[in-house]
Design a protein around this ligand. Structure first.
Ligand code: 6R9
Length: 662
């Protein structure tokens, strides 16, 4: 593991503090520092009592639990494990017969600006209809479904319908390639795939079904019985009779209630793949009750969601943020939310602000990468500047996915939040299920660039390589000292990797997050970025090893090393150092091969994994034992002066070669 020590200088000299706004504090669910401290104390004094109380208050159980936390097989923790419930019933059925029943659940805006609305009642009806259809096809509790859908009400319906039957879904982001779908299909042993003909993004049509067809044709997917296709555009698709079914045909004649299947609290709710430092992406497995408890609780605590709020999370349902903060948390909390099919820059870079104005959004949650690109766009096209729009409806604005630099934070605060909306810089991960460190709008004084303080019940710490707490102001590894209900349960099919990765022996039983962090004298957390070989490009997690394996699987490539380089817009950019099996290419030839390799990576993993910069060399810098000197390559990628000893290099001229961009 490496400690990231760069890129944080600007945040460490940050000393502005913004106290909570009185109007927000007055009405907040958790109001005032005393209320926060009381909850923190309650959780510390008796965690079982604390979590047990919340699980009773916020979830509907078909069989109540009698035990809160079971540590007998740590780190395979179990929560509420003799209780039973259904997650879909906790998102939909619970609102029937209440005023929420006829409230709008989702305001869906298409890429080309059409607006569709469903109430909680209508969403319930649609989920039941589709779940009945799946049941009629023989799907049942425990079966796995791969979902490869665009942002749509149908995506929510598909996920909720699976969960209603006790099925386990694994959503694959629409930007991933057929190869990525194939890996996940085989790994989860899916018997069902739910996809669409095509998706619409930024005025363009992008086919989805061919990637599924290709993935299944690759082989090893005998378990797949059906491919259910949502007709989004009506574009041409190849049809496999007997296997492929239209979603509307599956729903045909299936109207009426569908009994939610009660499952054990620990029943896997979903598997979501994320990149790790080694090998293939890992299937993060979440459990039903603990995850949903935290999803709905953090919507109430952190977003302070109220009856009258219009909430909008701009993430895609293919990522954890879309799972927790679109599909599960807001529905369980009965919130009205906006959901968006398209991209922030179409038809122009004012789209987000225009949508906030149109739908009177009061809680807005997006990623630093989007903010940074919209800052640039606003400079280039003044008509798209947020100041041109009426953003008075906003009350709370949030950020997730990567560190938000103080400059971007200030712009977001001033230009979008108009200096009257708190920014929630929420730190969390696919593995944590929901927010872990975040300001609370009615409690926490804000410091630009800091995610501030842990939520009540979450025991965060920063430790050294022996698992010992470090002093404030010293960098170290971010860990969670006590289990929490929404934590990852295991890596699907690989419990050993789960233990090794997240609970290494030197960490004394703490959960190791994989991020470096520091705490200041107020106890505020400052995240410094990953300490493993995981890159964060536009908020997307990518393993350097994954990209390297994709590169070396190309017939021209002998060896490849991938590192990250800071980037103004995407946070980090991918730089690939490549040794070809042939002689060193030059000029047009080098450019041609670089393009071919970029397209190759897009095909192997997905366009998000395309290296921004490819550098060719006759060799890579290696230690005497043959290890690639990644730290040196990181310096080269950043164009930094090389200060370390390179005398052991066989051929120092390769550093000059590798400094040249194609
Ligand atoms: C929710 C999500 C997790 C990694 C995490 C960290 C980075 C997320 C952050 C942040 C600084 C924040 N990260 N939120 N870094 N400040 N507010 O993004 O999950 O895709 O699993 O990524 O993202 O490095 O370890 P995931």
């Amino acid at each position: 593991m490496r400690m990231a020590s760069t890129d944080i200088k600007s945040v460490l000299v940050e000393n502005r503090v913004f106290p909570p706004f009185a109007d927000i504090e007055k009405n907040a669910t958790i109001s005032g520092m005393q209320a926060y401290d009381d909850l923190v104390k309650e959780a510390q004094q008796d965690p079982n009592e604390f979590w047990g109380r919340l699980a009773k208050e916020h979830l509907n159980w078909t069989t109540p639990f009698t035990q809160v936390l079971d540590e007998s097989e740590a780190p395979f923790y179990k929560w509420f494990s003799d209780g039973e419930l259904n997650v879909s019933a906790n998102c939909l059925d619970r609102h029937l017969g209440t005023p929420t029943e006829n409230k709008t659940a989702i305001i869906f805006e298409t890429d080309d600006g059409k607006v569709l609305r469903v109430t909680y009642r209508e969403l319930y009806d649609r989920v039941c209809e589709f779940a009945n259809g799946l049941k009629a096809l023989g799907y049942k509790k425990g079966d796995r479904a791969i979902i490869y859908l665009p942002m749509s009400i149908e995506a929510v319906v598909a996920m909720q319908a699976c969960v209603r039957l006790g099925m386990i879904h694994s959503v694959v982001f629409g930007g991933f390639s057929s190869k990525s779908i194939h890996e996940r299909l085989v790994d989860v042993g899916a018997s069902l795939v739910i996809t669409a003909d095509e998706q619409m993004r930024g005025g363009k049509t992008i086919a989805l079904k061919p990637a599924v067809d290709e993935a299944i044709a690759t082989g090893g997917c005998q378990a797949v019985r059906h491919v259910v296709v949502y007709r989004r555009t009506g574009g041409n698709v190849q049809w496999h009779e007997g296997r492929d079914l239209w979603m509307h045909d599956v729903c045909q004649g299936q109207a009426g209630p569908c009994e939610p299947v009660p499952v054990n609290a620990e029943h896997p709710l979903f598997i979501l793949y994320t990149s790790g430092s080694t090998g293939k992406p890992k299937g993060v497995q979440h459990a039903s009750a603990g995850y949903l408890l935290w999803a709905s609780l953090t919507v109430k605590w952190a977003f302070d969601a109220k009856e009258s709020d219009v909430y909008w999370c701009t993430a895609d349902v293919g990522w954890i943020t879309g799972h927790t903060y679109i599909v599960y948390g807001p529905l369980a909390a009965g919130v009205t939310q906006v959901m968006f099919e398209g991209v922030p820059t179409y038809p122009n870079a004012g789209r987000f602000w225009e949508m906030i104005q149109r739908h009177e959004v009061s809680i807005f949650y997006t990623a630093p990468t989007a903010i940074r690109s919209l800052i640039k766009a606003a400079e280039a096209q003044p008509e798209c500047h947020p100041r041109k729009y009426d953003l008075n409806s906003l009350r709370i604005i949030g950020s997730v996915g990567e560190p938000i630099n103080p400059e971007a934070w200030m712009w977001y605060f001033k230009e979008v939040g108009r200096e009257r909306c708190p920014i929630l810089d929420t730190w969390w991960q696919t593995e944590t299920g929901g927010h872990m460190i975040t300001p609370l709008p009615g409690v926490t004084p804000l410091k630009p660039g800091s995610c501030t303080l842990p939520l009540p019940g979450i025991e965060m710490a920063i430790v050294d390589e022996t698992g010992t707490d470090v002093k404030s102001g010293t960098g170290g590894f971010l860990v969670v000292k006590r289990p929490w209900p929404a934590m990852i349960r295991t890596i699907w099919g690989d419990p050993e990797r789960f233990k090794k990765n997240y609970f290494p022996p030197e960490m004394k039983g703490y959960y190791l997050a994989g991020d470096g962090a520091q705490r200041d004298t107020d106890g505020y957390f400052w995240i410094m970025g990953r300490v493993d070989d995981v890159l964060n490009v536009s908020g997307h997690r990518l393993g350097t090893m994954e990209i390297e394996s994709a590169l070396v699987s190309h017939s021209l490539v002998a060896e490849a090393a991938v590192v990250g380089r800071p980037d103004d817009t995407t946070g980090e950019a991918i730089v690939a150092f490549v040794v070809l099996k042939r002689s060193l290419p030059e000029g047009d030839e080098a450019a041609k091969i670089a393009k071919e390799l970029r397209d190759w990576v897009a095909k192997e993993i997905g366009p998000i994994a395309k290296p921004k910069d490819i550098r060719f060399g006759e060799n890579l810098p290696k230690t005497r034992s043959g290890k690639i000197m990644r730290r040196l390559l990181r310096n080269v990628a950043r164009g930094e002066e090389i200060t370390q000893d390179v005398s052991t290099l066989e051929n120092p001229t390769i550093l000059d070669q590798l400094s040249q961009s194609v």
